[in-house]
Write a protein that binds this ligand. Structure first.
Ligand code: GDP
Ligand code: MG
Length: 682
């Protein structure tokens, strides 16, 4: 069989060649071996039997009785198990140990307790006591198997066994903390001939049991406890297997029904006997019990159950967490790579719910306090895994929305026809909403996660971007208006400076103020949709005024550059010297007063220089001023010294220009003189 067995465990081989088809349900396992060691394979075996996930929907039955009384035979017939039966021909000695099988077609773990009869052979009763204790701590029904002819032999082997059972039971369930345990003793009387009715046999056994119970040395506090406080008793007989096999079979069948038929009034696995160990914890629990028994420690069942609960809840929790981590992995990478994962919240909720459902399904059967405590631990562990995903999602979402907002500005501000304020308001609403929606979706109920702080940061950044953009827009607009001013001021300046009339500055300033006020109006109209603050408008207008003034000043500079200005002076001079009042060119004759005319024209021209020297209108209402703190807020240019900017020529410069003009004028004078000489010579 070894070859056909999936796990190759020798101890789980089906016996006697009964099975031609291999079936894991019929595997048997020696849970305690000859050396009193507990098997490490029970958990796996319970799973292979298909009982692991049955919760409380299973039962445990054990058998007790002296050796070779047909115990294994009975179990195999009753439950379809595969325990070893002593070979009639060889009469080989059975071993010590506890075996387990799954009942065929039923959720029952059947334990066959084997042992040499220590009492008869004069050996110590150590194993007998330990296996009794172990069986009582785990089984619901204890089958006590005996021959009919053993009944009434008060000092026989059976009574010795039962005395042991009672004693260890008192030690175990007599304790207050273990008091909930109750066990059914099912007496199966074998080879019943029929001449003594069951009722009589039952009475004899009951009397013997009472005597036995009375004779027990009980601790003082349990002195008044009755046998019935711990045990229910049931009795049944079976005919001789070899002499009346048919009747034996029929008896076994009707007894089997009492183990199977839950609806029947004489159903044997009553809930009162259940030890309430979840099936998936039976192996750990039994091992713990056996260890306690084996080391002769007091068996404290609540402690055992709590240990079991801790172990199993940890295991179940770890299983749920592992599966959960596997699921989380799928979205961890995209989040770490900066992606916004669609529907992340729903996914996280699902993973979390699944993990908790898995945990609850298996762990809720265990000790409530332990179950609850480990559940909180699990919730904390799950949330500790999810929280970075949530925070990562928020961070990515924040970045994404900010980028999208910037994009919406770029798109919205394309071309000429746009309303800046509108573009900003719409973009902000759209992307702040998107953040809110997506962030809300990512929150898992039952956590204390918040997204509002991140939203506040995003808002501030969006505001910052909008502000910067508005500044750029304003700058663009101011620049454009400035260009416009310069274009319009050029002609009036050139014209008036050429004229050099006394009111030239009045005319220039009048034009300038008119152009500037139009520009300011244009700015205010456009700026309306920018949602600029009063201060920002003030500052932009101040910039505009200053730039306009500088534009004007630049034009004045251009027109009063040395060469340009000297040429203007020459023009004025020539007009006076070389042309008469009617504008006709003069032809000098020898008796003309060249000197007088020259002097007059020169003086008149020199008188013009101070007129240009300061930007000063005659009409003081046209005087233009700029506030002293007119630093350019948009370009950060240094402050303008307005007073200095009113000065076109300093006194020194005026003198210098006068001198340079005199030299030019002298040349005209010499030329005029020469022309008269020439005319005489002709
Ligand atoms: P265990 O040691 O108590 O498990 O007993 P076994 O089941 O191994 O059986 C011991 C011997 O008793 C075997 O040779 C069986 O054939 C025989 N036997 C089993 N059942 C009965 C029975 O009901 N009556 C009689 N007389 N012999 C039986
Ligand atoms: Mg046996």
């Amino acid at each position: 069989f070894a070859a056909t067995q999936p796990n190759g465990t020798a101890a789980t081989a089906p016996v006697n060649g009964r099975t031609s088809h291999y079936n894991a349900a019929t595997e048997r396992l020696q849970i305690v071996d000859n050396e009193k060691h507990f098997t490490p394979d029970l958990t796996k075996q319970i799973e292979r039997w298909g009982l692991r996930d049955t919760g409380f929907e299973y039962n445990i039955v054990a058998v007790f009785g002296s050796q070779s009384t047909g115990k294994s035979t009975l179990l195999n017939r009753l439950f379809g198990t595969t325990f070893d039966v002593m070979d009639e021909a060889k009469r080989q000695q059975t071993t010590k140990g506890i075996w387990m099988c799954r009942g065929e077609g039923m959720n029952v773990m059947v334990m066959d307790v084997e042992g040499t009869d220590g009492r008869e052979r004069g050996e110590d009763q150590d194993f007998e006591r330990k296996s009794a204790l172990f069986s009582l701590a785990s089984s619901e029904v204890l089958i006590v198997n005996m021959w009919e002819h053993q009944i009434g032999l008060y000092n026989g082997a059976n009574m010795g066994l039962l005395k042991t059972v009672f004693e260890v039971n008192l030690g175990l369930f007599g304790k207050k903390e273990n008091s909930s345990g109750r066990t059914l003793l099912l007496f199966v009387i074998r080879d019943h001939i029929g001449s003594t009715p069951l009722a009589n046999l039952q009475a004899t056994i009951t009397t013997d049991l009472s005597r036995l119970w009375e004779g027990l040395s009980k601790p003082a506090e349990l002195k008044d406890q009755q046998l019935s406080d711990y045990f229910d008793l049931e009795f049944t007989t079976l005919p001789h297997k070899l002499l009346v096999p048919d009747k034996f079979d029929a008896g076994v069948q009707s007894l089997r029904r009492r183990f199977v038929d839950k609806g029947s009034p004489d159903y044997l696995f009553k809930p009162a006997y259940h030890k309430w160990i979840p099936a998936d914890g039976v192996a750990f629990y039994m091992e713990g019990i056996w260890e306690q028994v084996q080391s002769n420690k007091d068996l404290d069942l609540p402690t055992q159950q709590e240990l079991l609960a801790q172990f199993r809840c940890d295991e179940i929790s770890a299983g749920a967490l592992a599966e959960f981590n596997e699921q989380v992995k799928s979205q961890k990478r995209p989040i770490e790579a900066g992606q916004v994962v669609q529907g992340l919240g729903q996914m996280m909720k699902n993973w979390r719910t699944q993990a908790l459902t898995r945990y609850d399904r298996d762990a809720s059967r265990y000790h409530k306090a332990v179950y609850n405590r480990k559940r909180s631990d699990l919730v904390a562990a799950l949330d500790a895994v999810l929280s970075p995903l949530f925070l990562g999602q928020l961070k990515n979402l924040h970045k994404y929305c900010l980028v999208q907002f910037k994009k919406s500005l770029l798109d919205g501000l394309k071309g000429e026809e746009y309303d800046f304020g509108d573009v900003v308001v719409k973009g902000r609403a759209k992307w702040e909403n998107k953040f809110k929606e997506t962030a809300k979706e990512a929150v898992v109920e039952g956590t204390d996660w918040v997204w509002e702080d991140e939203m506040e940061l995003l808002r501030e950044e969006i505001q910052g971007v909008a502000d910067q953009c508005r500044k750029d827009e304003t700058k663009k607009m101011v620049n454009q208006i400035e260009r416009n001013i310069k274009k319009h001021i050029a002609d009036p300046v050139e014209l008036q400076l050429n004229k050099g009339t006394e009111d030239m500055w009045d005319e220039i300033l009048r034009s300038f103020i008119g152009i500037l006020s139009k520009a300011e109006e244009a700015y205010l109209t456009k700026a309306k949709s920018f949602n600029c603050t009063e201060e920002e408008n003030e500052s932009s207008l101040a910039t505009l005024r200053k730039r306009a003034w500088q534009g004007l000043r630049a034009k004045v500079d251009e027109q009063t550059a040395d060469a340009v200005f000297l040429s203007k002076l020459r023009g004025h001079f020539e007009e006076r010297f070389r042309y008469d009042e009617q504008g006709v060119p003069r032809v000098w004759k020898p008796d003309d007063d060249i000197d007088g005319a020259f002097k007059k024209a020169k003086e008149a021209t020199l008188d013009l220089i101070p007129r240009y020297a300061d930007i000063k209108p005659q009409d003081s209402s046209l005087e233009f001023t700029l506030p002293s703190d007119s630093a350019d807020s948009l370009s950060g240019e240094p402050e303008l010294d307005f007073e200095a900017s009113l000065v076109v020529f300093s006194p020194t410069k005026q003198m210098d220009l006068g001198n340079r003009f005199r030299k030019d004028a002298d040349a005209y004078y010499v030329e005029a003189k020469r022309s008269t000489v020439a005319s005489i010579a002709q």
